[in-house]
Design a protein around this ligand. Structure first.
Ligand code: NAP
Ligand code: F7E
Length: 331
């Protein structure tokens, strides 16, 4: 009898962590999630699989807790998805963002190096590192020019992971993932903010949607496709870095248009531009070239831009309807 491989996931309570946990369970893995202590649990994304996974408490800010978690679980693979991931917050809390998203990675790599350098590790790098882009589309070789404290922290995290691979021979891969979305996306990110507002407006619970820069362009994919890529990277014998993207770019305005048209509404009647949502520095255009992932890993995305908007709008219509019904039942 072969024993199941063990995966340790940081950030398991987030969008990607929850999809990755489900995917690895479907492949027969033992899945352990690293969670930080909180006075009130934030487990809504992992509740459906709560009985199939194990959780261990640790924090990317705390070296000893990471050392203990890695030693106790002794996983075959670690997926480092934990981070302060909301770009605007990184201007409000630049030092904490650097600690979580940047130095936290070094802490985890140190725990791996000291405990068992043969553990395979995935680092969640980001297209935000390209920032003011030097070429279109962006590849693994495009230079970085981050435009936010978040992008700077991710660039540090990326290079320290590459450095541990080169210095200590760790089997470490960075996935340079472009924006990926789903019904599990946090409500503050623009795609979910839009689809949730569309559902609220359709159900008569809101009458406007306030947004910042409608001209920004992003390469938006579907999160479950992207977690498959993370797993594929760690299965390859040679650890490398990969861009994961759809190769298409669309503006926030286009996302808005498609989302409102899904429910038969004209977006111009509801969307208001609000400078409170503008950023001190913007990333104007991102579009990735995932040829390397396609050729080496056989990875291709399965959901189109329109398909993504549609599935997110449909999920939010159902969710808002449920919330509304619950509220109506209150005494
Ligand atoms: P997310 O939904 O914001 O989830 C972030 C996770 O990190 C949460 O589980 C959070 O836990 C955890 N976390 C935050 N601070 C921590 C700390 N100090 N110690 C331990 N855990 C901590 O993010 P996501 O969209 O799933 O993204 C996953 C990763 O990919 C992140 O590193 C993100 O920066 C990166 N990324 C995302 C995208 C994208 O488009 N989604 C693209 C490129 C890269 P709590 O529940 O306790 O807050
Ligand atoms: O913004 C514009 C905003 O916050 C997308 C994270 O997962 O992907 C994500 O970062 C664009 C920006 O994502 C609003 O200015 C307009 O140009 O959804 P977002 P992001 O900043 O691209 C990368 C790859 C990550 O790694 C990050 O972790 O939309 N925008 N109006 C707005 N954005 C927000 N949030 N809210 C608005 O009202």
């Amino acid at each position: 009898m072969t024993t199941a491989r063990t995966a340790l996931i940081t950030g398991i309570t987030g969008q990607d962590g929850s999809y990755l946990a489900e995917y690895l369970l479907s492949l027969g893995y033992r899945v352990v999630g690293l969670v930080r202590r909180s006075a009130s649990e934030n487990y809504w994304r992992i509740n459906p699989i709560r009985h199939e996974i194990e959780l261990i408490q640790a924090d990317l800010l705390d070296q000893s807790s990471l050392d203990t978690a890695v030693r106790r679980i002794d996983p075959d693979e670690i997926y480092n998805l934990g981070a302060q991931s909301f770009v605007p917050t990184s201007w409000e809390q630049p030092i904490l963002t650097a600690e979580f998203t940047g130095v936290g990675v070094t802490r985890l790599l140190e725990a791996i190096r000291k405990h068992n350098p043969s553990i395979r590790v995935y680092q969640a790098s980001s297209s935000e590192m390209f920032g003011r882009v030097r070429e279109i589309p962006q590849t693994e070789l495009t230079p970085f020019h981050p435009r936010s404290p978040y992008g700077c922290a991710k660039a540090y995290a990326h290079f320290i992971t590459v450095n541990y691979r080169e210095s200590y021979g760790l089997h470490a891969c960075c996935g340079i993932l472009f924006n990926h979305e789903s019904p599990r996306r946090g409500l503050e990110f623009v795609t979910r903010k839009i689809t949730h507002a569309v559902a609220q407006i359709k159900h008569g619970l809101a009458d406007e949607l306030r947004l910042g820069n409608l001209d920004a362009k992003r390469d938006w994919g579907y999160a479950p496709d992207y977690v498959r890529a993370m797993h594929l990277m760690l299965q390859h014998d040679e650890p490398q870095d990969y861009v994961i993207a759809t190769g298409e770019t669309h503006s926030v305005r286009e996302f808005v248009e498609v989302a409102f048209s899904e429910v038969g509404l004209a977006w111009e009647d509801y969307v208001k531009e609000d400078e409170r949502f503008l950023r001190p520095a913007e990333v104007d255009l991102l579009v990735g070239d995932a040829s390397k992932a396609r050729e080496i890993l056989g990875w291709v995305p399965s959901v189109s831009f329109r398909g993504l908007v549609k599935l997110m709008v449909e999920a939010d219509l159902a969710w808002v309807a449920k919330q509304k019904a619950k509220r109506q039942r209150l005494p």
